[in-house]
Write a protein that binds this ligand. Sequence first.
Ligand code: KG4
Ligand code: ZN
Length: 364
Amino acid sequence: MNTQSKKPLHVLGIESSCDETAAAIVRRNVDGTGEIRSNVVLSQDAAHAPYGGVVPEIAARAHVTQMDRIVAQAMQEAAIDWNELDAVAATSGPGLIGGVIVGLMTAKAVALVHGLPLIAVNHLEGHALTARLTGNIAFPFLLLLVSGGHTQLQIVEGVGSYTRLGTTIDDALGEAFDKTAKLLGLGFPGGPAVERAAGSGDAGRFDLPRPLLGRNDCNFSFSGLKTAVRNTHAGLNGVSDRDTADLCAGFQSAAADCLRDRTARAMAVFSQRFPGARPPTLVVAGGVASNAHLRAALEELAGERGFAIHNPPPRLCTDNAAMIAWAGAERLVLGETDPLDAMPRARWPLDPAAEPAPGAGVKA
Ligand code: KG4
Ligand code: ZN
């Protein structure tokens, strides 16, 4: 397997699997380090805000309208010519299928017109490998991926090589943040709004559950926590700003305890499997990983357990195309490209061999 490239590689990345229309140019240096040459992210928040969540049809139409302009802007900001590109990479799943089709078809057109290899990137792998762009992190590492659709612990041994240790058996943590925000009338997107409100709250006022704490596996569950927030809210006699702040702080603190407990268990599994990893490394990725309270809790845990921790900067935790370009560069250097008939995929687990998680409403 060729992991060396004799020249730096430049990859255009395209992301459109949810409600961000994004394009970026990333350079992979010969020594395996990376640089972001441009990273354009157009959020559709305003279009979805009236509905309190992402509307797939609106998202797909907005991607169609904006994608060409965003790609042109990424090329311009990187001050790069089409003939200097080595490949074009696009998210090909998992995600909202209408949006995925827009990004993948755009990448296919670019590949065809400019004679470039196409790389069909798994969005989750984009999140997973960001740490190698921002921190040059070596394999193997333990990954905690926390986003709007996924909450997983994975051992990452290489590009395309994942072993799922745990996943949510109901809601993803980002989804729980978004639903909590909606319930409390904090608007959309919910995660940052809950974090802001929690800043002035008392996390100890309400007694909220920590689902699956102490369980002998690495799975997560957040629907009971979400329901407890709803019931507590319903039991209040008029809801003041203080009540909202205290509920947000309580929710965030319970979420942090769950992440700590489940990740600690995965750390033990990782250390047993890779006793030679010095130091063993925890990578935290996905939109929820931009939350400062959760980042601090996981940093503390890593310190206690002798793990190094790498948490990409917040703007590279939430959806962006630099992570897709980088995952594309990582695959390009291994000679892994895709045919022009590559298919968009609504579902695409990182570890296809993983057993289905117990319980209903399972996220892959
Ligand atoms: O990775 P991402 O941008 O998109 C997906 O692939 O899902 O993650 C989006 C999720 C949303 O649920 C959003 O509310 C959450 O990440 N999020 C946060 C924060 N910023 C974004 N959750 C908690 N605190 C934040 N600061
Ligand atoms: Zn994402």
